[in-house]
Design a protein around this ligand. Structure first.
Ligand SMILES: Cc1ncc(COP(=O)(O)O)c(C=O)c1O
Length: 397
């Protein structure tokens, strides 16, 4: 006998990567050497002083107890200082910041904190799959807004013509994953006005603003809502500080919103290991030169990624930000999934199919920059060798 899962899970799929990574692991166990250019888990190390802080704090006998639900003051202060330095946004470290166990958990906490059953949530298509899954777990209804190239920005005028009366929350994410699209200050100002007009809580997910950023200054949506009335912002050390496995993120916004999310979170987890909090505070204080050096590594890899995508016949919009390149498959590829599977099984290279980010990702692939230049060079060789076969088979199966 099997006790059935909750009904609210019926529309929630297992995360694509959890299945695909299992297949890649199995292939590797069988002696293949798959080059995984799928997932955006930084392979570069955090700064040495971050790791030293973790090690030293972990050696303290008093560092192992439960921590407060809002993190230690040093971490909240470091987050506030980082926001002021990076974005020019002032946050009260006591009231307007909530450290999180990665920003992904924040997506679910926010959804549980603000959504009633049957409320609607605007989510980007293509976009990060966790927004829709979290809405469903809160028994709310995800409503997609369509993005299309080359700018991948929502058409706010078209959205305003829709019935928005049941929409309570809107997810926004710029620099956008998976497309690498960038939003201008003008767009941010418009979307805040749109949210005010329609009484919508705008949740901006901002983990990529420091990775291969092209604008003079990284943007926070909070800058465009100085009273913090309709904007909540998630941020993360996963990508910008090479700390994805650490699970350190944050939520920034007005006190009443933070307190509401804390109601959920304090009933779910019991804080973050103190040494990680102290080390995260050190990471947040790293100089701009550290970020520039990391970006120089990604920029070299990106050059190789362009070549690899060109070899596959893909086209790439320039000026993308973040940890990936988003590329349109050539028109000869009529079945994205079959193409990705053949690339995996025949060439030993894994790229993420765009459709996992929504129907608007059909016909696209996402390549991660989280692999060494040597590994990119090897992937390129494999694709070149495979390319001959590809042309002969015309990629239509
Ligand atoms: C758009 C977006 N938001 C959030 C996350 C989650 O990041 P974190 O590691 O902070 O949970 C990711 C991770 O891939 C992401 O791409």
């Amino acid at each position: 006998m099997i006790i059935p899962a909750a009904r609210r899970l019926q529309a929630v799929e297992e995360y694509y990567f959890s299945k695909k990574l299992a297949q890649i692991r199995e292939l590797n166990q069988r002696g293949h050497d798959i080059i995984n250019l799928g997932i955006g888990s930084p392979d570069l190390a955090p700064a040495p002083q971050v790791i030293e802080t973790l090690q030293m704090a972990a050696a303290r006998p008093d560092a192992h107890g439960y921590q407060g639900y809002k993190g230690v003051p040093q971490l909240r202060q470091a987050m506030a200082t980082w926001y002021a330095h990076t974005y020019g946004v002032t946050l009260d470290p006591e009231q307007e910041i909530l450290p999180l166990i990665g920003s992904k958990e924040g997506i679910t906490h926010i959804s549980l904190a603000f959504l009633n059953a049957a409320d609607q949530v605007l989510i980007p298509n293509p976009g990060y799959p966790a927004y829709a899954a979290a809405a469903r777990m809160a028994e709310a209804v995800p409503v997609e807004y369509q993005l299309s190239g080359p700018h991948w920005l929502p058409d706010l005028a078209a959205l305003a013509r829709q019935d928005l009366s049941r929409v309570k929350l809107m997810w926004l994410n710029y620099p956008h994953m998976p497309t690498g699209a960038v939003a201008s200050p003008g767009f941010f100002a418009q979307v805040v006005a749109f949210a005010r007009q329609h009484n919508i809580l705008l949740c901006h997910d901002n983990p990529y603003s420091l990775v291969l950023n092209t604008q003079a200054k990284p943007l926070s949506l909070l800058e465009y809502d100085p009273a913090k009335e309709v904007v909540l912002e998630l941020n993360s050390l996963s990508k910008s500080h090479n700390m994805a496995g650490w699970r350190v993120g944050m939520l920034a916004g007005a006190k009443p919103y933070i307190d509401t999310v804390l109601k959920v979170k304090s009933n779910v987890d019991s804080g973050t290991f103190l040494p990680m909090q102290l080390a995260a505070a050190v990471a947040l204080a790293l100089p701009d030169t550290w970020h520039q050096a990391r970006n120089a590594v990604y920029a070299r890899r990106r050059t190789l990624a362009y070549t690899l995508l060109a070899q596959l016949g893909c086209s790439v919009t320039p000026g993308q930000e973040g940890l990936f390149l988003w590329a349109a498959l050539p028109p000869t590829v009529t079945d994205t999934e079959a193409f990705i599977n053949r690339l995996l099984l025949e060439a030993g290279v894994f790229l993420t199919p765009g459709f996992i980010f929504g129907s608007a990702g059909q016909g696209y692939v996402r390549i991660s920059l989280c692999a060494t230049e040597a590994r990119f060079a090897q992937a390129l060789q494999r694709v070149e060798r495979w390319g001959g076969g590809v042309n002969k088979l015309s990629l239509k199966d």
